[in-house]
Write a protein of this length. Structure first.
Length: 660
């Protein structure tokens, strides 16, 4: 049997970017682009041409068939071709390559050579005229038909080298023939690339986590959603654009945890908000002490008034008192003694939490109900969700659930809180999670940071894994923060906010430099807010709130900090000092950051700056303006000296100014 495409002579292979051969989409945000590369060639010496066809595929209407748009491919070395696909809107997009032998371009190239050689070209001109005639028959516009007919007639009437040269060099004719090229025998790439285009906040955001129950101004009193509204100006003043709240649902009473994660609670203790559900309701209810749905609506509106969004924590687990436990006991794993299996990570036990059983017989009912939780809160104005421990839920569920949700709400953002193995985290990102927690909190040395950031920004992982750097969380108080003092909180903030376009802090613990663990060797906070109400003095003199405010303002003002591309590490002769630059493609915004990684001691070093990376001429001085201190320095050449006193300011954040 003959192949159906036996007359299609162009080979198209190695289409990029693809994630797992096109199984999953690459990720971008509105206003970015996809740089598509492909290898194309044909037999013999004919000239080939090709385009990238792309279309947004968000419509779910039966029979809908979005129209393909196209951008041309440009030839490079070694049969590599490339093109840029613009991304002006959010939603799913697909692309493919279409390539063909272009007989007009081949004719044009060869005719020019024949004219240069002084050969008889009368037959060749007729061949060209017939190619132009054929394009005219394909032309959709009458004006184009007339223009092509005029060119064909001109060549036939004037069978001279001058007429041939004119046809070869005419931009008008080239444009028309390119537009109406004969693609009847074109090759279409076997693979299609997929892209999911998120809104801009998916790619650039600053998160602030706060417990609503700790927002009351009255010591010891349970906070409300109205108290959170009063707290918004404080968060907004620091320049954050996402306020993330841990679960706001009723908290279970059975096996409720006490202060500092005690197995039993004392009367009046509030328990963990991640032990979701009681007789007062479950995942679609608000804790009565926090307020009502009217209060919640007012909070969403107030956050928007401060140019912030509200992010909610979705934790798919239940306290023993959750209505699901009585209504759907089959959704949970049953033990031989008739009890329900609570959550464990031996030897740790979480008796106040029941995990769902994703192998249960009614898995479709379970899936549908869990998806409806997201939909419930999306209908109330929430567009950002932080998802608790998604790696402990079935992967097929996430692929189905996130695709269904994004089809209805393409502006949703999902942050994956999966502190687990790399392969698992990357799979979750491929399945649809917009952003992901990372190992940043535990990367402390220069070598660790350089290796990790190089991996995240310059390997295929960057196509689908969008990191969000958190130096602390309610679960993570690293040894570096426990022992490094205020300088450690300053340097880790600067690193998180300038290495990664998405970052967050758990506050007010972070700006107040809370550093005491529950015990030696633990990363749990002493008197953890996960189990009790905390009130703080937000105006304490040791707060690093001014620095946070300054850093967030710098991030908003400098596009080079708003994506993960063009991150370059520069060599220093002191392993305690990390130096890196951030820039945009046209080098109109260039930053050089230098950080002292030792919070206890002053360090100095010689930095070898890659001048070419920053577009700095080797023989001209250049100015560095420190955006943190306002001081300016003049450097010349690649090798220059810095000294950093961590207790004053552990970093330089230089704007690079090159004289014109």
């Amino acid at each position: 049997m003959f192949p159906p495409s036996g007359r299609s002579r162009v080979v198209v292979e190695d289409l990029q970017p693809l994630v797992d051969g096109g199984r999953f989409p690459v990720k971008r945000t509105v206003g970015e682009f996809v740089h598509v590369c492909v290898r194309m060639f044909t037999d013999g010496h004919d000239v080939i041409a090709g385009v990238i066809q792309y279309r947004f595929t968000a419509s779910r209407k039966p029979g809908s068939n979005p129209v393909w748009q196209a951008v041309p491919l440009t030839a490079g070395d070694n049969d590599l071709w490339s093109g840029i696909v613009p991304l002006p809107q959010a939603g799913p997009l697909e692309f493919q390559v279409v390539a063909w032998v272009d007989h007009f371009l081949s004719w044009r190239r060869d005719l020019s050579k024949r004219i240069d050689a002084g050969q008889d070209i009368r037959v060749d001109l007729e061949i060209g005229a017939r190619l132009i005639d054929a394009a005219g028959s394909r032309a959709a516009e009458i004006a184009d038909q007339h223009a092509l007919a005029r060119w064909a007639g001109h060549i036939r009437l004037n069978q001279t080298a001058e007429a041939g040269r004119e046809a070869c060099e005419s931009n008008e004719l080239l444009t028309l023939m390119t537009h109406y090229a004969d693609r009847s025998l074109a090759t279409v790439s076997e693979q299609k690339g997929l892209v999911f285009v998120d809104r801009e906040r998916a790619g650039f955001s600053a998160w602030y986590e706060a417990f609503p129950r700790s927002c009351s101004s009255i010591p010891g009193q349970h906070g409300t959603l109205r108290d959170v509204i009063d707290f918004l100006p404080y968060v907004a003043s620091m320049g954050f654009d996402v306020l993330y709240l841990p679960p706001i649902h009723p908290v279970g009473t059975t096996h409720r945890k006490g202060r500092n994660n005690a197995p039993a609670c004392e009367p009046g203790e509030v328990g963990s908000p991640w032990a979701i559900g009681s007789t007062e309701g479950g995942h679609k209810s608000i804790h009565p002490q926090l307020g009502s749905f009217d209060d919640f609506a007012a909070l969403v509106k107030a956050a928007h008034g401060h140019r912030m969004e509200l992010a909610l924590d979705i934790a798919f687990q239940c306290a023993p008192d959750h209505p699901y436990v009585k209504q759907h006991p089959d959704w949970f794993r049953q033990r031989p003694d008739g009890t329900i299996q609570y959550a464990e990570n031996p030897p740790k036990k979480y008796q106040d939490i029941y995990p769902f059983d994703f192998e249960c017989e009614d898995w479709q009912g379970l899936w549908t109900e869990l998806k409806s939780i997201f939909e419930f809160w999306a209908e109330r104005g929430v567009r950002i969700f932080r998802v608790d421990n998604p790696h402990t839920k079935a992967f097929p569920f996430w692929e189905w659930c996130l695709a269904e949700l994004k089809a209805s709400y393409p502006d949703l953002i999902f942050l994956s809180e999966a502190f687990t193995r790399p392969a698992v985290r990357y799979r979750l990102a491929k399945l649809g999670f917009t952003q992901s927690y990372t190992y940043f909190a535990w990367r402390n040395t220069r070598a660790e940071l350089e290796e990790y950031l190089t991996h995240l920004s310059q390997t295929p992982v960057a196509e689908y894994f969008r990191p969000n750097f958190w130096p602390n969380t309610p679960d993570i108080l690293t040894e570096a923060l426990q022992t490094g003092g205020r300088a450690a909180f300053m340097s880790r903030l600067i690193l998180a906010a300038t290495l990664c376009p998405n970052y967050g802090i758990y506050g007010p613990a972070y700006e107040l430099c809370e550093h005491l663990p529950v015990k030696h060797g633990s990363e749990e906070y002493l008197n953890s807010e996960k189990y009790e109400i905390r009130q703080r003095d937000l105006n304490a003199s040791h707060s690093i709130r001014p620095l946070i405010t300054q850093i967030n303002a710098i991030r908003r003002a400098h596009p080079s900090l708003q994506n993960l591309r063009h991150l370059k590490f520069h060599t220093t002769d002191n392993h305690q000092i990390l130096s890196y630059s951030r820039r945009v493609a046209d080098q109109s915004d260039r930053l050089l950051i230098v950080v002292n990684l030792d919070p206890h001691r002053t360090h100095h070093c010689w930095i070898s700056v890659d001048l070419n990376e920053l577009g700095i001429p080797e023989d001209r001085p250049y100015e560095l303006r420190d955006l943190l201190t306002g001081r300016s320095y003049q450097w010349t050449g690649s090798r220059n000296f810095v000294e950093l006193r961590p207790h004053e300011m552990p970093a330089h954040l230089f704007e690079v100014m090159v004289p014109q």
